[in-house]
Ligand binder design. Structure first.
Ligand SMILES: O=C(O)CCC(=O)C(=O)O
Ligand SMILES: [Fe+2]
Length: 333
């Protein structure tokens, strides 16, 4: 428990030979897309904007997405209050074991504290969200209201995801419901808390990575820290009020036959303000074969990937030892 940085600041745990913090940071920006067709663009224009964002950035932000703004704020407050709890209230969830059987876990840094090269400036709460009525019983009881608020949030975001997938599918010219039919029920929330870091040049909040799943819906507070790697530069994905950040996971890149990109991203810290973010991971069904959509494959666009099941992908992803290894290599034809 002393490794949690929301409990104290174990500065001495940092390793200072971290060469991941390469600058410069560009001011280019990730598109913000208004999903309200009645107020702005037509549906066809929205789906084309999303497609372009997914091709160029692998990321976009959405506003007017239908999830109530108060619920987003209340959810963020619950997450922040959780990390502010006294150490004894967090202890029941604490583990450093990546294979922990707990349904709700609180990790220091990454899931492999003992063996990682660099400790991250992050505490991380994880729990599953499906089936909700069952999972919720394992979630924190403190702060008061956590289960009810985060439960409503999980239900609302889960309702929004097929709408976003449908727009992405439309942009690609896929039949209606294509991605929804590939979407599994199991989803999970990973809540990151990055307290102020006395020296942000010594480590990161989260190392560079691509998400292995289908699509991720990220809620961030009003503090900058998320960055994506594009054209050899790190670009900030700065917070937009009431927006979700959507990012393409490896499985969407594969199903789109490389038309959509899963882009590397990371989180940096700052010395002044704590930052909290919550990544909601949506996965493909585990009983389907994942492969490029047939309509995107033809003589001039041969399939880039072979068919596989998600479990095979995850096994391969988890055993990757070098963050610079290409997780897609093993699945390329
Ligand atoms: O904190 C962030 O904004 C990044 C979170 C993230 O990329 C993840 O949890 O996979
Ligand atoms: Fe991520």
């Amino acid at each position: 428990m002393e490794k949690l940085i929301s409990n104290n600041n174990p500065m001495e745990k940092l390793i200072s030979n971290n060469n991941q913090l390469q600058r410069p940071l560009s001011r280019g920006f990730v598109p913000v897309i208004d999903l309200d067709e009645t107020a702005g663009d037509s549906r066809a224009v929205i789906s084309q904007k999303i497609l372009k964002a997914c091709q160029e950035f692998g990321f976009f932000q959405v506003i007017n997405h239908g999830v109530p703004e108060d619920l987003m704020k209340d959810t963020m407050s619950m997450f922040k209050e959780f990390f502010d709890l006294p150490a004894e209230d967090k202890a029941i969830f604490y583990t450093e074991d990546a294979r922990s059987k707990k349904h709700c876990t609180l990790y220091p840094s990454s899931m492999i504290y003992a063996t990682e090269d660099v400790h991250l400036w992050r505490d991380n709460l994880k729990h599953n969200c499906h089936p909700l009525e069952k999972c919720i019983l394992e979630w924190p009881e403190k702060p008061t209201g956590y289960r009810q608020v985060v439960g409503s949030y999980a239900a609302e975001v889960t309702k929004m995801v097929p709408r976003i997938l449908e727009l992405i599918g439309e942009g690609l010219g896929l039949e209606s419901g294509y991605f929804e039919s590939k979407l599994g029920e199991v989803s999970s929330l990973s809540v990151n808390h990055y307290p102020p870091c006395p020296d942000p040049s010594l480590t990161l909040g989260l190392s560079k990575h691509c998400d292995p799943n289908l699509v991720t819906i990220l809620l961030q507070d009003d503090v900058c820290g998320l960055q994506i790697f594009k054209d050899n530069e790190w670009i900030g994905v700065d917070p937009v009020p009431n927006a979700f950040v959507v990012n393409i996971g490896y499985q969407l890149q594969i199903m789109s036959n490389n038309k959509l990109k899963s882009v590397e991203h990371r989180a940096v810290t700052n010395s002044r303000t704590a930052r909290t973010s919550a990544a909601f991971f949506f996965n493909p069904r585990d009983d389907i074969m994942i492969e490029p959509a047939e309509v995107l494959v033809n003589a001039s666009n041969p399939p880039v990937f072979r068919a596989f099941q998600y479990i095979e992908f995850l096994r391969n992803y988890m055993t990757k030892t070098d963050i610079n290894d290409d997780a897609l290599e093993h699945f390329k034809l």
